[in-house]
Design a protein around this ligand. Structure first.
Ligand code: SF4
Length: 287
């Protein structure tokens, strides 16, 4: 039986006291334990950022790559190891600055990856600069006169790109986040879980109190129909309240790998089919 102790790392977190990363860190471990997935049966992909420092704070197969590149690494791992849950984690700055193209193509391709976005509306590791999700006009260390650019709405972006699983959580509600991560792991395709993460050190404009006063769980409303159109509408920044929960899911979703007709009935993993070639003779041509 998998227990939370299986995921305990001897390395202690270095996040600021009260950081929302603690909540996501614990929710991720709890979700994996509740799914009965052991640390040797999952791959976690991180990049650079406060959240990326989670990579060695959790005892599991974890890869820490370049800024904004956790999604392509996760896609590759997933394609090479069918059947193993692969989870990518990244911040809003990394995902929507350096990594935007990966986000778009992962949604288009519907890779079998669960993506947890840590959206704290700032670059925390580099001491509080604006990201594409920072509200327009907001002052931060790197924008003392206020952000000029239009604010990106990542949930609406994912929905309009055709994402097959779109959820929103916030770090004031860990049980909800655990539930959504578990649902994301079981989804066939790219599951996008935006987590509104409080950052008490640099984000005093959408702190835990601000978020707690505005969020509501759409799944608590039996009348809510999670169509793409409804999800786009309730995700608007113009709304006074912030919708969380499983906003949209295509239950008929087919992942990229499962759509590869020539892989039908092949039971071996792609990684086991790679042959090691000697490149010695080839290299001689260039010597
Ligand atoms: Fe967390 Fe913000 Fe501190 Fe980074 S800067 S560890 S996101 S509170």
């Amino acid at each position: 039986m998998v227990t939370i102790q299986d995921y305990q790392s001897p390395n202690l977190p270095t996040w600021c006291p009260g950081c929302g990363d603690f909540v996501i860190w614990n929710a991720l471990k709890q979700a994996l334990v509740q799914e009965g997935i052991g640390p040797m049966d999952v791959v976690l992909c991180f990049d650079i950022g406060c959240n990326g420092n989670m990579a060695d704070k959790i005892n599991a197969y974890a890869f820490k790559g370049l800024h904004g590149r956790s999604i392509p690494v996760a896609a590759g791992v997933s394609l090479a190891n069918q059947g193993i849950p692969v989870i990518a984690l990244a911040g809003d700055g990394a995902t929507f600055d350096e990594g935007m193209q990966h986000f778009i193509h992962a949604i288009r391709s519907n890779y079998n990856v669960t993506f947890i976005l840590h959206n704290n509306c700032d670059f925390g590791l580099t001491t509080g600069q604006a990201t594409p999700t920072t509200p327009k006009g907001q002052r931060l260390n790197g924008s003392p006169y206020g952000v000029i650019e239009t604010r990106l709405n990542p949930t609406q972006l994912a929905l309009t790109l055709g994402a097959t699983f779109v959820a929103k959580a916030f770090t004031g509600n860990m049980p909800q986040l655990i539930k959504l991560i578990r649902a994301g792991i079981n989804h066939k395709g790219f599951s996008y879980i935006e987590t509104l993460q409080h950052c008490p050190t640099y984000n005093n404009f959408q702190d835990l109190k601000w978020l707690s006063e505005r969020v509501y769980d759409v799944n608590a409303d039996a009348e809510y129909k999670n169509t793409r159109e409804n999800a786009i509408q309730i995700s608007s920044y113009d709304n006074a309240r912030v919708a969380t929960g499983l906003l949209y899911q295509d239950k008929e979703s087919v992942s990229y790998y499962d759509a590869l007709s020539y892989r039908q009935n092949i039971t071996s993993a792609s990684k086991d089919e790679v042959t090691a070639y000697s490149v010695k003779d080839l290299m001689k041509k260039f010597q």
